[in-house]
Design a protein around this ligand. Structure first.
Ligand code: MLT
Length: 265
């Protein structure tokens, strides 16, 4: 589906009714990573998954993209759908950075937080330099160069060995990214602030989901978020890499179902 929000086309899917449960994808991905969530969780929530600007079916806008730009986009998009109250905000990896920015900007609109395969800390100096290298790589060699470097890191060895279709699907999702979308996301991630303080101030339920084989998000980062968010639960999913909701959808959805029971509406 597509809609136009403040003059910009936004791709999204939505299913179900009741408590809004908003899924924000990571980089360089799009809303299709949440297919197993909107297919299987719509009996208990109003599941909504937008594409961030420059990814999937969402239009890119010229100019600098910040993590807060995506958070504001999500807010405007939800308003356009008629959702002005509280929602559970879920984000994977870069989507988690966006969810934390959303929490910082719109705390009164967050009923609960799901942080999947992500972290609250900002990029290190080396990490920032890596973003600049990838910006140059994307501009020079295109999307495929980014995807080739990234694909082996996002899935667990178990997924690579046993789920050919899924590996193909992830590659296709990544390949549908655009260079401007990728560059915008790399700049936004490079310059994002530390969100640990935001979590320290948050008292509503928080679910942290980690992949036991995630090569991109160290377990120490999960513990840091767990300690910062006082009302949080950490679920570590076995045989999952960086894309837990796709690699182990049943375990992921089970954790979300249990979590939603704790949300006061
Ligand atoms: C993502 O999956 O969104 C990115 O790998 C996050 C990052 O590079 O920091």
């Amino acid at each position: 589906m597509q809609t136009t929000v403040m003059g910009r086309v936004v791709g999204y899917d939505e299913r179900g009714q009741g408590l809004p449960l908003v899924f924000i994808h990571g980089y360089p991905l799009n809303r299709m990573i949440w297919e197993a969530q909107w297919e299987n969780l719509s009996d208990i929530a109003h599941v909504i998954a937008p594409d961030l600007r420059g990814f999937g079916q969402s239009e890119m806008i010229d100019g600098k993209t910040e993590i807060s730009t995506y958070a504001d986009d999500v807010r405007e998009f939800l308003r356009a759908l008629g959702i002005d109250g509280r929602a559970v905000i879920a984000g994977l990896s870069m989507g988690g950075y966006v969810a934390l920015s959303y929490l910082r900007r719109y705390p009164e609109n967050v009923a609960g937080l799901i942080l999947s395969n992500t972290k609250a800390t900002p990029d290190s100096i080396e990490g920032r330099a890596g973003r600049d290298k990838n910006i140059a790589l994307a501009k020079e060699k295109g999307v495929a160069a980014i995807v080739d470097a990234m694909l082996p890191k996002v899935l667990s060895p178990n997924t690579f060995a046993s789920k050919d279709e899924l590996v193909k699907q992830v590659r296709e999702i990544m390949m549908s990214s655009t260079v401007p979308g990728i560059v915008g996301a790399l700049e936004a991630m490079r310059d994002r602030p530390d969100s640990t303080g935001t979590l320290l101030e948050f008292s509503a339920p928080t679910l942290i989901i980690a992949g036991a084989d995630d090569q991109l998000m160290p377990m120490a980062e999960q513990d840091t978020m767990k300690q910062a968010a006082r009302n949080s639960t950490l679920v570590v999913v076995e045989k999952a890499g960086h894309l837990t909701p796709m690699e182990q959808p049943e375990e992921f959805n089970h954790a979300v179902r249990e979590f939603l029971r704790t949300i006061q509406t």
